[in-house]
Design a protein around this ligand. Structure first.
Ligand code: UTP
Length: 440
């Protein structure tokens, strides 16, 4: 089918008119965008966007229970198991960094953003240096896959180049762009940019399974002998990337295909997705899809529906392979695209993978220790809150290590000294203050 037939067969007369009006070179570029799209899918997504989505009354929604792993007696065993995996080269890290960071309003890749730490470490630097520390401890370089998007791919690589890969062996770091999908006007027509290209936007973090396989990175991990993959977002300043305890917990359980970290919600109104059992399957329900009475329901002081999804998961490699072939649902967001308000953007979400898994569990973590995302320019989940949470956490590590700190300063400790609070002392503090420990 040639392009004309394709567009006519899919009711895209307006797009055909634009294409026909272009010069040869521009025609070719728009043609490649058009051919990259599945118009039947776009049509069905448009039709679905016209219907309301909310938890329907026929769905059975039950809360999950998530005991805190900090208090779990198996914690030491999990840590030892996780370190064994790292030493053997059985574990890898996978960071999702294809988002556009529109709420933050930073132009470049969010991972390259300097959020005001005294060291000026970016979010990528924090993850890279934590991996470096763990790799040194394991005496084995941990492979790291980074999913970008076509919009930030080159800039992401440039950030690593400018920083000499933060000391990591570059042979163990792979970048690949996620897929894209055309944004539509609210009338359902693909949006064409000022440069006469289709407005193609990242297909959501759920595109990671497809992109990991398509890029060859999944095959690379298999070749390296990797069996467990730690997945996280780029925007969490406290993430314990490749956390051995977490990986160990997955490996120690013979049946789970994946596990997810969760934290208690700040309060009922916090706009996060939460883990539930939906029709007996593990699932995440987004804030807006959760009926208000369930969202507010309490048992004494505690919310009944709790367990916030914080974008930290570990998958067995077989589960990643399976997810690559499992179609995920699409979600619609109404956003301004190319100055057209109320445009339709379609995304898949990684958490929609969980109902497809045969066995899955949540793993409770403490927010103050592990979760401080940078989403907004100010207020909650902002550069300022992330700076303060990291500063307070690192200060608490020093206090636990016996350092007397009777000031209102905060501290930033280089990951080269400590990954999660270990290895610190009064002597190290005195030696490293102003070098690898900075006060602010
Ligand atoms: P968010 O959904 O919070 O999006 O991403 P965002 O891009 O950081 O910010 P907004 O919504 O535009 O303000 C959660 C994680 O998923 C990744 C992001 O990079 C982040 O690590 N992500 C999101 C992708 O990798 N691809 C996407 O298409 C969307």
């Amino acid at each position: 089918m040639d392009i004309k037939e394709l567009l006519l067969a899919n009711n895209q007369k307006d797009l055909l008119n634009i294409w026909e009006s272009l010069a040869e070179k521009e025609k070719k570029l728009l043609e490649s965008d058009i051919l990259s799209q599945d118009f039947e899918l776009l049509d069905s997504l448009y039709k679905a966007s016209l219907q309301e989505s909310c938890v329907s009354e026929t769905e059975d929604i039950q809360p999950i229970i998530f005991p805190h792993s900090e208090n779990d007696l198996r914690r030491e065993m999990w840590h030892a198991t996780g370190m064994h995996l790292l030493k053997q080269g059985y574990a890898a890290a996978f960071t999702l960094a294809g988002g556009q960071g529109s709420r933050l309003g930073f132009e470049g890749p969010k991972g390259a953003y300097d959020f005001g730490l005294p060291s000026k470490r970016s979010l990528f630097a924090l993850q890279a240096e934590r991996l470096l520390r763990l790799s040194a401890e394991a005496e084995k370089q941990i492979p790291w896959c980074i999913m970008t998007s076509p919009l930030n791919h080159q800039e992401t690589i440039a950030h690593f180049e400018e920083n000499s890969f933060f000391g990591l062996d570059r042979n163990y770091v792979r970048f690949f762009p996620q897929g894209t999908i055309a944004a539509l006007t609210k009338e359902g027509t693909p949006i064409v940019t000022k440069n006469n290209r289709l407005a193609l936007v990242p297909d959501g973090n759920g595109g990671c399974f497809r992109a990991l396989a398509k890029s060859g990175c999944l095959a690379w991990l298999v070749e390296l002998g990797v069996r467990y993959v730690f997945l996280c977002n780029i925007d969490n300043a406290l993430v314990r990337i490749c956390d051995p305890v977490f990986l160990g917990a997955l490996a120690a359980n013979g049946k789970h295909e994946a596990i997810a970290k969760v934290v208690a919600k700040r309060d009922a109104s916090e706009k996060v997705g939460i883990f539930v059992y939906k029709n007996k399957k593990p699932a995440v329900i987004e804030y807006t899809d959760m009926p208000e009475d369930l969202r507010e329901l309490k048992d004494g002081e505690n919310l009944v529906f709790d367990g916030a999804n914080i974008g930290i998961y570990a998958f067995r490699i077989e589960a990643l392979r399976k997810m690559q072939k499992t179609p995920l649902p699409w979600h619609t967001a109404r956003k301004t695209v190319e100055n057209i308000p109320d445009s339709l953007k379609f995304e898949q979400f990684i958490f929609d993978a969980f109902p497809a898994l045969n066995s899955f569990a949540t793993f409770g973590a403490y927010r103050d220790d592990e979760f401080s995302p940078i989403k907004n320019a100010e207020g909650n989940d902002s550069p300022q809150s992330a700076r303060e949470m990291l500063g307070n956490l690192h200060k608490s590590w020093l206090i636990q290590a016996g350092v007397k700190l009777s000031n209102d300063k905060l501290y930033e400790i280089s990951p080269s000294l400590s990954y999660a609070g270990e290895g610190l002392s009064k002597t190290i503090f005195e030696r490293e203050l102003g070098k690898n420990i900075l006060e602010f």
